[in-house]
Design a protein around this ligand. Structure first.
Ligand SMILES: [Zn+2]
Ligand SMILES: [Zn+2]
Ligand SMILES: [Zn+2]
Length: 361
């Protein structure tokens, strides 16, 4: 019984905060209900309305799952013994009440065209001049489909997406949106973490998102300092740093910015296929295709064509590229070549195309 309880507790923890092994095995709510949830890329708001609903229901069933597990693993007699103890009976009653309360909650969300869902409430606050929340949702969906959004993720269950005009924080039960014109951002804190294995340090930043007029704090974004430049680039306002915190951006992060700027000058590749998650980060969709565009050099070490389908995002490709350059001479990186992560054909910055997903007509 003790062994099963410990196993179940670990399982529940890993299910709610999935480590990478769980994510790659597909044991996450969004993966298990993939076919029902639809496509995040095409219908971002609708996807997250359904996803928060499913997450609340599934998580609320986890305590009851414990009793199901005891029945399966330990047998009926053990289960009966368990529920005869006051603690067991109390836990069982809670386990039954929790899904009932969750079902009530999500039914309340789902009725009346989602009008009570917190995400719809925040969309409604932007629906003025005769617009409905659906109109705001379509605007967000369209911006989320664009290749120029920036996604930062600091843990497996939450991420922040910055599109042309929106800042969106996605968490298991809640999705919050803020229009860039209505908010101001402040750098609140910076913390250093040292990983003992290779004694590398990573810096994490806390950015507050506040309503510009009411000064109400909407949410906080926690991000790795190396993603700071990407996020700042996508924002229309500057993140104010009144406390004068020092931000550590390494040479790779600075190169990444220049690399992405150069790539965005190249022609865009249009595709009707839905993109897989990037093999490097699994956060962004793959959005890079290598199409040889530079002139042949005649040398053996020139670029060669690559026929790989898009499998990487631009951020991961830029890190892959800079990691393969001469660390002593960062000034030569942009003119250099690097092998395709998949087929090893050498490419240069001119051969990198961003992929734009266009909807089937
Ligand atoms: Zn990536
Ligand atoms: Zn290739
Ligand atoms: Zn080339």
């Amino acid at each position: 019984m003790i062994e099963f309880t410990v196993f179940y507790l670990i399982f529940v923890f890993c299910f709610i905060f999935p480590p990478s092994a769980f994510v790659s095995a597909g044991i996450t709510v969004s993966n298990l209900f993939d076919s029902w949830l639809g496509s995040e890329d095409l219908q971002f708001v609708q996807y997250h309305l359904s996803r928060t609903l499913v997450t609340v229901i599934i998580h609320s069933l986890l305590p009851l799952g414990f009793f199901g597990g005891v029945l399966l693993v330990e047998g009926y007699a053990q289960l009966l013994l368990l529920v005869q103890t006051p603690l067991g009976l109390g836990f069982l009653s809670l386990s039954v009440l929790l899904p009932a309360a969750a079902a009530f909650k999500v039914f309340f969300w789902w009725t009346n065209n989602w009008s009570s869902h917190p995400l719809v409430n925040s969309l409604t606050s932007y629906a003025n001049n005769g617009r409905q929340w659906n109109d705001v949702a379509s605007e967000i969906n369209a911006e989320f489909r664009r290749i120029d959004k920036v996604t930062v993720r600091t843990n497996p269950v939450s991420k922040t997406v910055v599109t042309n005009s929106w800042i969106i924080k996605v968490e298991p039960y809640v999705v919050q949106v803020a229009h860039q014109n209505h908010v101001s951002l402040q750098l609140e804190n910076a913390e250093e973490h040292t990983y003992t294995a290779d004694s590398q340090t990573a810096q994490y930043l806390w950015v507050n998102v506040e309503h510009i007029q009411t000064k109400q704090k909407l949410f906080t974004i926690r991000l790795n300092a190396v993603d700071y430049a990407d996020m700042q680039d996508r924002l229309q306002t500057r993140i104010s740093n009144v406390r004068g915190l020092l931000i550590n951006q390494d040479v790779h992060a600075r190169f990444s910015k220049v690399f992405i700027e150069e790539v965005s000058l190249n022609p865009v590749f249009q595709s009707q296929e839905e993109m897989d998650p990037c093999l490097g980060c699994a956060v962004n969709s793959a959005n890079i295709r290598l199409i040889r565009r530079c002139l042949p050099t005649g040398n053996a070490d020139g670029c060669t064509p690559c026929f790989c389908r898009p499998m990487w995002c631009i951020h991961c490709l830029s890190k892959w590229f800079s990691a393969r350059q001469d660390a002593e001479h960062p000034e030569s990186w942009l003119m250099s070549r690097c092998p395709c992560p998949t087929c090893r054909s050498p490419f240069c910055v001119l051969d990198v195309s961003l992929v734009e997903t266009v909807e089937n007509i």
